[in-house]
Design a protein around this ligand. Structure first.
Ligand code: DGL
Length: 262
């Protein structure tokens, strides 16, 4: 069981920002990454659809023998992980917007959360804000259109710059000093966003925290892979291989994206 792979899935390539941190912290682990790009963006879908996609992805990963699943998508994490945990026995790690550290670090007591509509209207996000952002103004902003542009390879485009300005400038006007990236695709835009909002704004994502949590759970469950064999990293997409390949090349040029129908 220890040598079985970790499974990860996202609505597309965004979860690669989580993969990168998990692989860096746990290089011995075999990992299978699924990009459900055919069905992206999840953020505009109903809760029922998000749960159905998450079940489909989970079953594929379980059929490939995964010992633990990282739901590398905020939208699926906030909407579907409770159902997945009820239905399947393996441990699930869910991503959560970094609201707590943002609230703790904020001096202006105004934090911004940029996320999908599906994440922002979830009960879990509301509960997390209630719990960790007491006394802090939370400005929620839907990042409409960002995932679609990223998935179609238009990361550096005028359209992207215009959308990022439209979403972040009103938050700046409200005196935000912490910006939470509440969608795993958005760290791919980090340098552009930082340039637009200025160096004084602290941008937070949850990649490192998720990697640490994955290690804690693997250790607790006695599932850490201690084998000295070189680990195997698999990347599957059901749509656009080029864009997935572009990002995994930046992690390791020997990684290969493969097409899979699911
Ligand atoms: N990466 C997904 C997330 O973290 C994107 C959601 C979408 O496909 O809209 O929410």
């Amino acid at each position: 069981m220890q040598e079985s792979p970790i499974g990860m899935f996202d609505s597309g390539i965004g979860g690669i920002t989580i993969y990168k941190e998990v692989h860096q912290l746990l290089p011995n682990e075999n990992i299978i990454y699924l990009a459900d790009s055919k069905n992206a963006p999840y953020g505009e879908k109903s809760k029922k659809e998000i749960i159905d996609f998450s079940i489909k992805n989970t079953e594929l990963l379980l059929n490939k023998g995964c010992k633990l699943i990282v739901v590398a998508c905020n939208t699926a994490s906030t909407n579907a992980v409770a159902t997945l945990r009820e239905k399947y026995d393996v441990p699930f790690i869910r991503v959560q917007p970094a609201i707590k550290p943002a609230a703790l670090q904020s001096k202006t007591k105004v934090i911004g959360i940029l996320a999908t509509e599906g994440t922002l209207k979830s009960d879990l996000l509301w509960e997390t804000s209630q719990k960790f952002a007491q006394g802090v103004t939370v400005v929620n902003q839907v990042g409409d259109g960002l995932v679609a542009l990223i998935e179609s390879g238009k990361i550096y485009s005028d359209k992207m710059t215009a959308l990022l300005k439209k979403y972040t400038f009103p938050m700046l006007e409200k005196n935000m000093d912490q910006l939470v990236l509440g969608c795993t695709h958005y760290p791919l835009l980090r340098s552009q966003i930082q340039k637009l909002v200025g160096k004084h704004i602290n941008i937070l994502d949850s990649g490192e925290a998720i990697a640490r949590q994955t290690k804690v759970i693997l250790t607790q469950e006695n599932l850490l892979n201690n084998s000295q064999d070189k680990s195997i990293q698999k990347f599957y997409s059901n749509k656009n291989l080029e864009i997935l390949q572009y990002f995994i090349n930046q992690i390791n040029p020997s990684f290969k994206a493969e097409k899979l129908d699911f």
